[in-house]
Write a protein that binds this ligand. Structure first.
Ligand code: FAD
Length: 297
């Protein structure tokens, strides 16, 4: 339904649609994203900027995405008052064209991250991209250890994939956000959660830096207890959550002294991102519909 042109028009072209969107998206410009980063920083939260967009179709679009990421890196590095990393989607940099085309756009970002001592994380997209994403990541990591990768616990293959990651690299552990066929993912929540816990234990034991990117209170509590038991555990682990999701939990963990980073999406191409957030939580759809009714009533 979300992919229907009517749904897209209703969300992107109406005030209530945009109001819901801007609960989860910091704005359409880098300046708005940086303002959000500063506000989060003032509450003790680290940040990660995500210039929204995916599946670009032309080299020109991929080049524009590359420039946008370079600007985000520079803005984060220039601002003394924020700790902002960036996160990239490789399909925005030309992965649908070829690994080499994508690498040509990603390489300058990797280089700039090294020069500016900034972190660049690679998002994991739908399952057809995993091999190519891991390939580009391996190339990037050889060049600079300022690059990390997301791994999805709903994917059955992730349990094997984590054993072929470069030693000690930074991994963002997520459950996975795409609608995928049953033979490639665990479909029951309890299996996805059990996989998450197993992957976390494996990554920790293999001495990776791990970003625990979830809002799931049970998983967060499990991680907290486990990492508290290590003397320097929190130098390698941080919690990560999405902008606008469980703000209460973000603040509480930060106030208790835990490292928390908020993923800040921004840009004009926010519709696909928003539909994934809606799909994760039916209450978000009700929030949208009630806003629509209230505004038109
Ligand atoms: C920093 C970060 C980076 C991410 N990067 C990727 C990536 O690269 N690739 C990828 O596939 N996925 C990514 N995701 C999305 C992730 O895969 C999940 O789809 C998303 O985090 C929701 O799952 P959950 O782990 O919070 O657990 P869930 O079991 O889905 O949710 C647990 C609880 O969190 C709250 N919650 C979760 N989602 C929402 C929401 N949308 N609105 C309101 N409340 C919500 C609810 O209280 C819910 O009960 C990322 C997530 C984060 C936090």
């Amino acid at each position: 339904m979300a992919s229907h042109p009517w749904a897209r028009r209703t969300v992107t072209g109406t005030r209530p649609g945009r109001r819901v969107a801007f609960r989860f998206v910091a704005g359409e410009t880098l300046a708005e994203a940086m303002a959000a980063a500063r506000e989060l920083h003032s509450r003790g939260l680290r940040t990660m900027l995500d210039h929204l967009g995916e599946h670009v179709e032309t080299p020109k679009q991929a080049l524009a995405a590359r420039e946008a990421y370079l600007s985000a890196l520079a803005a984060g590095a220039d601002a003394e008052d924020v700790d902002a990393a960036i996160s990239v989607k490789l399909t925005q940099l030309g992965l649908d064209v070829s690994v080499d085309a994508c690498w040509a756009n990603f390489e300058p970002i990797v280089q700039s991250a090294g020069e500016k001592d900034r972190l660049v994380m690679i998002d994991m997209e739908s399952h057809g991209y995993v091999d190519r994403t891991l390939e580009v990541f391996a190339r990037a990591y050889e060049r600079s250890q300022h690059v990390g990768i997301a791994i999805q616990s709903y994917l059955r293959r992730s349990e094997a994939d984590v054993f072929s990651l470069p030693e000690g690299c930074r991994v963002r552990l997520v459950k996975g956000a795409y609608l995928e066929p049953d033979d490639v993912v665990f479909t029951r929540k309890r299996d996805v959660d059990a996989s998450y816990a197993r992957l976390f234990a494996t990554l920790l034991a293999r001495e990776h830096a791990v970003d625990v990117a979830t809002h799931d209170p049970t998983l967060i509590e499990g991680v907290r207890t486990r990492v508290d038991a290590f003397e320097y555990g929190w130098s390698r682990v941080e919690f990560q959550m999405l902008y606008g999701v469980r703000r209460d939990l973000q603040s509480r963990l930060a106030a208790d002294g835990y490292p928390v980073r908020v993923y800040i999406p921004y840009g004009t191409e926010w519709y696909p991102y928003l539909t994934r957030r809606m799909a994760e939580r039916p209450a978000n759809v009700w929030f949208f519909i009630s806003n629509l009714v209230r505004t038109s009533g």
